[in-house]
Design a protein around this ligand. Structure first.
Ligand code: FAD
Length: 324
Protein backbone atom coordinates (compact mmCIF):
# COMPACT_ATOMS: atom_id res chain seq x y z
CA UNK A 1 0.00 0.00 0.00
CA UNK A 2 1.23 3.50 -0.76
CA UNK A 3 1.68 6.14 1.91
CA UNK A 4 -1.02 8.76 2.31
CA UNK A 5 -0.18 11.89 4.27
CA UNK A 6 -2.67 13.45 6.68
CA UNK A 7 -1.69 16.97 7.75
CA UNK A 8 -2.58 17.23 11.43
CA UNK A 9 -3.60 20.64 12.76
CA UNK A 10 -2.43 21.60 16.23
CA UNK A 11 -4.50 24.10 18.20
CA UNK A 12 -3.07 27.22 19.82
CA UNK A 13 -3.10 25.29 23.11
CA UNK A 14 -0.96 22.50 21.62
CA UNK A 15 -3.70 19.90 21.27
CA UNK A 16 -4.52 17.75 18.24
CA UNK A 17 -7.39 19.45 16.41
CA UNK A 18 -10.77 17.74 16.18
CA UNK A 19 -10.34 17.39 12.41
CA UNK A 20 -7.59 14.77 12.91
CA UNK A 21 -9.65 11.55 13.34
CA UNK A 22 -11.45 11.97 10.01
CA UNK A 23 -8.23 12.97 8.22
CA UNK A 24 -6.45 9.83 9.39
CA UNK A 25 -9.53 7.73 8.56
CA UNK A 26 -9.60 9.21 5.04
CA UNK A 27 -5.89 8.51 4.63
CA UNK A 28 -6.41 4.91 5.78
CA UNK A 29 -9.08 4.44 3.10
CA UNK A 30 -6.52 5.37 0.46
CA UNK A 31 -3.37 3.69 1.75
CA UNK A 32 -1.05 3.65 4.75
CA UNK A 33 -2.00 6.63 6.93
CA UNK A 34 0.93 8.87 7.87
CA UNK A 35 0.22 11.74 10.28
CA UNK A 36 2.35 14.78 9.37
CA UNK A 37 2.74 17.24 12.22
CA UNK A 38 4.56 20.56 12.02
CA UNK A 39 5.67 21.10 15.58
CA UNK A 40 8.02 23.17 17.63
CA UNK A 41 11.19 21.24 18.58
CA UNK A 42 10.55 18.65 21.26
CA UNK A 43 6.79 19.21 21.45
CA UNK A 44 5.62 16.54 19.00
CA UNK A 45 6.55 13.39 20.90
CA UNK A 46 3.70 13.91 23.34
CA UNK A 47 1.21 13.64 20.48
CA UNK A 48 2.40 10.34 19.00
CA UNK A 49 0.40 7.94 21.18
CA UNK A 50 -2.82 9.86 20.56
CA UNK A 51 -2.20 9.86 16.81
CA UNK A 52 -1.72 6.08 17.04
CA UNK A 53 -5.06 5.79 18.80
CA UNK A 54 -6.57 7.62 15.83
CA UNK A 55 -5.03 5.09 13.45
CA UNK A 56 -1.83 6.73 12.19
CA UNK A 57 0.61 3.96 11.28
CA UNK A 58 3.46 6.40 10.99
CA UNK A 59 3.98 9.86 12.50
CA UNK A 60 6.21 12.34 10.68
CA UNK A 61 7.23 15.05 13.12
CA UNK A 62 8.62 18.06 11.28
CA UNK A 63 10.21 20.39 13.78
CA UNK A 64 10.76 24.11 13.41
CA UNK A 65 10.96 27.11 15.68
CA UNK A 66 8.74 28.87 13.13
CA UNK A 67 5.67 26.72 13.90
CA UNK A 68 2.99 29.05 15.26
CA UNK A 69 4.97 32.11 14.20
CA UNK A 70 4.59 31.96 10.42
CA UNK A 71 1.34 31.51 8.52
CA UNK A 72 1.29 28.00 7.00
CA UNK A 73 4.96 28.12 5.93
CA UNK A 74 6.09 25.34 8.29
CA UNK A 75 3.08 23.18 7.37
CA UNK A 76 3.86 23.53 3.64
CA UNK A 77 7.49 22.68 4.29
CA UNK A 78 6.45 19.71 6.49
CA UNK A 79 4.30 18.33 3.66
CA UNK A 80 7.08 18.89 1.11
CA UNK A 81 9.62 17.17 3.36
CA UNK A 82 7.33 14.19 4.07
CA UNK A 83 6.38 13.90 0.40
CA UNK A 84 10.04 13.77 -0.61
CA UNK A 85 10.77 11.08 1.97
CA UNK A 86 7.63 8.95 1.68
CA UNK A 87 6.42 9.44 -1.92
CA UNK A 88 2.71 9.45 -1.02
CA UNK A 89 -0.07 8.75 -3.52
CA UNK A 90 -2.27 11.32 -1.77
CA UNK A 91 -2.23 14.11 0.81
CA UNK A 92 -5.33 14.80 2.90
CA UNK A 93 -5.79 18.05 4.83
CA UNK A 94 -8.68 19.68 6.64
CA UNK A 95 -10.85 22.08 4.65
CA UNK A 96 -10.02 24.78 7.20
CA UNK A 97 -8.65 28.17 6.20
CA UNK A 98 -5.16 27.33 7.48
CA UNK A 99 -4.86 23.89 5.92
CA UNK A 100 -6.38 25.04 2.61
CA UNK A 101 -3.64 27.64 2.49
CA UNK A 102 -0.99 24.98 3.16
CA UNK A 103 -2.51 22.59 0.61
CA UNK A 104 -2.68 25.23 -2.11
CA UNK A 105 0.91 26.28 -1.57
CA UNK A 106 2.06 22.66 -1.52
CA UNK A 107 0.24 22.00 -4.80
CA UNK A 108 1.88 25.02 -6.43
CA UNK A 109 5.25 23.57 -5.46
CA UNK A 110 4.47 20.10 -6.83
CA UNK A 111 2.69 21.40 -9.92
CA UNK A 112 -0.14 18.96 -9.20
CA UNK A 113 -3.86 19.26 -8.68
CA UNK A 114 -6.21 19.79 -5.76
CA UNK A 115 -9.60 18.29 -4.89
CA UNK A 116 -11.22 20.85 -2.59
CA UNK A 117 -14.01 20.42 -0.03
CA UNK A 118 -14.31 16.67 -0.48
CA UNK A 119 -16.89 14.79 1.64
CA UNK A 120 -15.53 11.28 1.03
CA UNK A 121 -12.60 9.55 -0.64
CA UNK A 122 -12.41 6.29 -2.57
CA UNK A 123 -9.91 4.25 -4.56
CA UNK A 124 -10.78 3.49 -8.20
CA UNK A 125 -10.13 0.06 -9.69
CA UNK A 126 -7.01 1.39 -11.40
CA UNK A 127 -5.74 2.64 -8.04
CA UNK A 128 -6.36 6.33 -8.68
CA UNK A 129 -7.75 8.47 -5.88
CA UNK A 130 -11.38 9.62 -6.14
CA UNK A 131 -12.68 12.65 -4.26
CA UNK A 132 -16.44 12.77 -3.65
CA UNK A 133 -17.99 16.25 -3.66
CA UNK A 134 -21.42 17.41 -2.59
CA UNK A 135 -22.37 20.21 -5.00
CA UNK A 136 -25.24 22.53 -5.93
CA UNK A 137 -26.53 22.76 -2.40
CA UNK A 138 -26.06 19.05 -1.84
CA UNK A 139 -28.41 18.22 -4.72
CA UNK A 140 -25.71 16.28 -6.56
CA UNK A 141 -22.82 14.07 -5.54
CA UNK A 142 -19.94 14.07 -8.01
CA UNK A 143 -16.70 12.14 -8.12
CA UNK A 144 -13.46 13.68 -9.34
CA UNK A 145 -9.97 12.36 -9.94
CA UNK A 146 -6.65 13.98 -10.74
CA UNK A 147 -4.15 13.08 -13.40
CA UNK A 148 -1.28 14.32 -11.24
CA UNK A 149 0.22 12.67 -8.18
CA UNK A 150 0.12 13.02 -5.27
CA UNK A 151 -3.58 13.83 -5.19
CA UNK A 152 -4.07 16.67 -2.70
CA UNK A 153 -7.44 16.68 -0.99
CA UNK A 154 -9.12 19.07 1.44
CA UNK A 155 -11.71 17.18 3.52
CA UNK A 156 -14.86 18.90 4.77
CA UNK A 157 -14.96 18.69 8.56
CA UNK A 158 -17.63 16.39 9.96
CA UNK A 159 -18.31 14.76 6.59
CA UNK A 160 -16.56 11.46 7.23
CA UNK A 161 -17.85 9.30 10.08
CA UNK A 162 -15.48 6.38 9.59
CA UNK A 163 -12.51 5.96 11.93
CA UNK A 164 -9.25 4.05 11.46
CA UNK A 165 -8.26 1.23 13.81
CA UNK A 166 -5.91 2.21 16.62
CA UNK A 167 -2.28 1.20 16.22
CA UNK A 168 1.22 1.87 17.56
CA UNK A 169 2.90 4.19 15.06
CA UNK A 170 6.52 4.35 14.01
CA UNK A 171 7.98 7.84 14.22
CA UNK A 172 10.28 9.96 12.07
CA UNK A 173 11.54 13.28 13.40
CA UNK A 174 13.15 15.79 11.06
CA UNK A 175 14.37 19.36 11.47
CA UNK A 176 12.73 21.64 8.92
CA UNK A 177 14.44 24.41 7.00
CA UNK A 178 11.83 27.15 6.74
CA UNK A 179 12.46 30.33 4.77
CA UNK A 180 10.89 33.01 6.94
CA UNK A 181 11.92 35.90 4.72
CA UNK A 182 8.82 36.02 2.53
CA UNK A 183 6.23 34.53 4.89
CA UNK A 184 3.38 36.24 6.67
CA UNK A 185 4.23 36.43 10.38
CA UNK A 186 1.79 35.64 13.20
CA UNK A 187 2.22 38.32 15.84
CA UNK A 188 -0.68 37.48 18.10
CA UNK A 189 -3.32 34.76 18.45
CA UNK A 190 -6.60 35.64 20.15
CA UNK A 191 -9.68 33.47 20.44
CA UNK A 192 -12.47 34.86 18.26
CA UNK A 193 -15.59 35.89 20.10
CA UNK A 194 -16.16 36.28 23.80
CA UNK A 195 -15.22 32.69 24.62
CA UNK A 196 -18.76 31.39 24.91
CA UNK A 197 -17.57 27.88 25.67
CA UNK A 198 -19.62 26.60 22.72
CA UNK A 199 -17.99 24.35 20.15
CA UNK A 200 -16.55 25.98 17.03
CA UNK A 201 -19.02 26.02 14.14
CA UNK A 202 -16.71 24.27 11.70
CA UNK A 203 -16.50 20.66 12.78
CA UNK A 204 -19.20 20.83 15.50
CA UNK A 205 -21.25 17.65 15.98
CA UNK A 206 -24.43 19.66 16.53
CA UNK A 207 -25.31 23.04 15.03
CA UNK A 208 -28.32 25.22 15.81
CA UNK A 209 -28.82 27.98 13.23
CA UNK A 210 -31.20 30.91 13.18
CA UNK A 211 -32.56 32.94 10.30
CA UNK A 212 -34.47 36.11 9.56
CA UNK A 213 -37.50 34.46 11.18
CA UNK A 214 -35.99 35.30 14.58
CA UNK A 215 -36.84 38.91 13.85
CA UNK A 216 -34.22 40.74 15.94
CA UNK A 217 -30.81 40.51 17.59
CA UNK A 218 -32.49 40.20 21.00
CA UNK A 219 -34.71 37.34 19.81
CA UNK A 220 -31.67 35.56 18.36
CA UNK A 221 -30.78 34.68 21.97
CA UNK A 222 -33.36 31.91 21.58
CA UNK A 223 -31.06 30.22 19.06
CA UNK A 224 -28.19 30.44 21.53
CA UNK A 225 -30.34 29.05 24.34
CA UNK A 226 -31.28 25.98 22.29
CA UNK A 227 -27.65 25.59 21.21
CA UNK A 228 -26.55 25.61 24.85
CA UNK A 229 -29.23 23.08 25.81
CA UNK A 230 -27.89 20.77 23.08
CA UNK A 231 -24.19 21.57 23.57
CA UNK A 232 -24.20 22.86 20.00
CA UNK A 233 -22.43 25.49 17.93
CA UNK A 234 -24.44 28.51 16.76
CA UNK A 235 -24.93 29.18 13.06
CA UNK A 236 -27.01 31.58 11.02
CA UNK A 237 -28.40 32.34 7.61
CA UNK A 238 -26.98 35.24 5.65
CA UNK A 239 -30.19 37.18 6.16
CA UNK A 240 -29.69 36.93 9.93
CA UNK A 241 -26.07 38.06 9.54
CA UNK A 242 -27.01 40.94 7.22
CA UNK A 243 -29.65 42.03 9.73
CA UNK A 244 -26.95 42.22 12.42
CA UNK A 245 -28.33 39.45 14.64
CA UNK A 246 -24.93 37.72 14.77
CA UNK A 247 -21.42 38.18 13.30
CA UNK A 248 -20.61 36.93 9.81
CA UNK A 249 -18.35 34.20 11.21
CA UNK A 250 -21.55 32.29 12.07
CA UNK A 251 -22.91 32.33 8.53
CA UNK A 252 -23.60 28.89 7.11
CA UNK A 253 -23.79 28.44 3.37
CA UNK A 254 -22.28 29.13 0.00
CA UNK A 255 -20.55 32.30 1.13
CA UNK A 256 -20.15 31.20 4.74
CA UNK A 257 -19.02 28.08 6.56
CA UNK A 258 -19.78 24.57 5.27
CA UNK A 259 -20.84 22.24 8.06
CA UNK A 260 -21.60 18.50 8.16
CA UNK A 261 -22.74 17.91 11.74
CA UNK A 262 -24.59 14.88 13.07
CA UNK A 263 -27.53 17.18 13.83
CA UNK A 264 -28.43 20.51 12.21
CA UNK A 265 -31.37 22.48 13.60
CA UNK A 266 -32.68 25.32 11.41
CA UNK A 267 -34.86 27.89 13.16
CA UNK A 268 -36.78 30.43 11.08
CA UNK A 269 -34.66 29.71 8.00
CA UNK A 270 -36.40 29.40 4.63
CA UNK A 271 -33.79 27.07 3.12
CA UNK A 272 -32.53 29.04 0.12
CA UNK A 273 -30.14 27.05 -2.06
CA UNK A 274 -27.21 29.19 -0.91
CA UNK A 275 -27.95 28.22 2.70
CA UNK A 276 -28.51 24.55 1.88
CA UNK A 277 -25.13 24.48 0.12
CA UNK A 278 -23.50 24.79 3.52
CA UNK A 279 -25.54 22.33 5.56
CA UNK A 280 -27.21 19.75 3.36
CA UNK A 281 -24.62 17.07 4.13
CA UNK A 282 -25.64 17.15 7.82
CA UNK A 283 -26.61 13.65 8.93
CA UNK A 284 -29.95 14.70 10.47
CA UNK A 285 -31.71 17.99 9.72
CA UNK A 286 -34.49 19.38 11.89
CA UNK A 287 -36.36 22.47 10.70
CA UNK A 288 -38.81 24.69 12.54
CA UNK A 289 -40.61 27.18 10.32
CA UNK A 290 -44.10 28.62 10.38
CA UNK A 291 -44.43 28.34 6.59
CA UNK A 292 -45.23 24.74 5.67
CA UNK A 293 -44.06 25.42 2.10
CA UNK A 294 -40.59 26.64 3.15
CA UNK A 295 -37.92 24.85 1.03
CA UNK A 296 -35.99 23.88 4.16
CA UNK A 297 -38.62 21.16 4.69
CA UNK A 298 -37.51 19.55 1.38
CA UNK A 299 -34.18 18.61 2.98
CA UNK A 300 -35.33 18.18 6.59
CA UNK A 301 -35.51 14.75 8.21
CA UNK A 302 -37.85 16.16 10.85
CA UNK A 303 -39.93 19.27 10.34
CA UNK A 304 -42.11 21.25 12.70
CA UNK A 305 -44.52 23.73 11.15
CA UNK A 306 -44.80 26.29 13.91
CA UNK A 307 -43.66 29.54 15.46
CA UNK A 308 -40.10 29.33 16.81
CA UNK A 309 -41.11 31.49 19.78
CA UNK A 310 -43.66 28.89 20.78
CA UNK A 311 -41.87 25.65 19.81
CA UNK A 312 -38.27 26.36 20.87
CA UNK A 313 -38.97 27.30 24.53
CA UNK A 314 -40.89 24.03 24.90
CA UNK A 315 -38.00 22.15 23.32
CA UNK A 316 -35.51 23.77 25.70
CA UNK A 317 -37.75 22.93 28.65
CA UNK A 318 -37.90 19.25 27.67
CA UNK A 319 -34.13 19.11 27.13
CA UNK A 320 -33.46 20.73 30.50
CA UNK A 321 -35.89 18.40 32.26
CA UNK A 322 -34.15 15.42 30.69
CA UNK A 323 -30.71 16.61 31.72
CA UNK A 324 -31.78 17.09 35.36
P1 FAD B 1 -35.79 34.28 4.72
O1 FAD B 1 -35.63 33.69 3.37
O2 FAD B 1 -36.44 35.60 4.83
O3 FAD B 1 -36.62 33.21 5.56
C1 FAD B 1 -37.07 33.45 6.86
C2 FAD B 1 -37.93 32.26 7.23
O4 FAD B 1 -38.34 32.38 8.56
C3 FAD B 1 -39.19 32.12 6.38
O5 FAD B 1 -39.22 30.84 5.79
C4 FAD B 1 -40.33 32.32 7.35
O6 FAD B 1 -41.44 31.50 7.08
C5 FAD B 1 -39.67 31.90 8.65
N1 FAD B 1 -40.25 32.54 9.84
C6 FAD B 1 -40.54 33.85 10.04
N2 FAD B 1 -40.99 34.05 11.29
C7 FAD B 1 -40.97 32.82 11.88
C8 FAD B 1 -41.36 32.38 13.19
N3 FAD B 1 -41.75 33.22 14.13
N4 FAD B 1 -41.24 31.05 13.45
C9 FAD B 1 -40.82 30.17 12.50
N5 FAD B 1 -40.47 30.55 11.26
C10 FAD B 1 -40.54 31.86 10.97
N6 FAD B 1 -27.69 32.64 2.52
C11 FAD B 1 -27.15 31.89 3.51
O7 FAD B 1 -27.83 31.51 4.46
N7 FAD B 1 -25.83 31.54 3.46
C12 FAD B 1 -25.02 31.90 2.44
O8 FAD B 1 -23.84 31.57 2.47
C13 FAD B 1 -25.58 32.67 1.39
N8 FAD B 1 -24.81 33.03 0.34
C14 FAD B 1 -25.40 33.72 -0.70
C15 FAD B 1 -24.64 34.01 -1.83
C16 FAD B 1 -25.23 34.68 -2.89
C17 FAD B 1 -24.40 34.97 -4.10
C18 FAD B 1 -26.58 35.06 -2.82
C19 FAD B 1 -27.22 35.77 -3.96
C20 FAD B 1 -27.32 34.79 -1.69
C21 FAD B 1 -26.75 34.13 -0.62
N9 FAD B 1 -27.48 33.82 0.52
C22 FAD B 1 -26.93 33.05 1.48
C23 FAD B 1 -28.82 34.40 0.76
C24 FAD B 1 -29.95 33.43 0.46
O9 FAD B 1 -30.30 33.52 -0.90
C25 FAD B 1 -31.18 33.80 1.30
O10 FAD B 1 -31.54 35.13 1.06
C26 FAD B 1 -30.98 33.62 2.81
O11 FAD B 1 -30.45 32.34 3.07
C27 FAD B 1 -32.31 33.77 3.51
O12 FAD B 1 -32.12 33.70 4.87
P2 FAD B 1 -33.33 33.27 5.81
O13 FAD B 1 -33.80 31.92 5.43
O14 FAD B 1 -32.92 33.51 7.20
O15 FAD B 1 -34.42 34.39 5.48
Amino acid sequence: MTNVLALIEITATGDIATSAPALIAAASKLGTPVAVVATRPGEGAALVAQLGTLGAQHVYLAESEHVGRLLAAAQVQALASAARALEPSAVVVSNSVESCEAAARFVVRTGGGLLADVVDVQIAEDGSVIGVHSVFGGAYTVEATLQSSPAVITLRQGALDERAAATTPSVTTVALEVDASNSAKIENVAAAGPGSGRPALRGAATVVSGGRGLGSKENFALVEQLADALGAAVGASRAAVDAGYIPQSAQVGQTGVNVSPQLYVALGISGAIQHRAGMQTAKTIVAINKDEDAPIFDVADFGIVGDVFSVVPQLIEVLETRSN
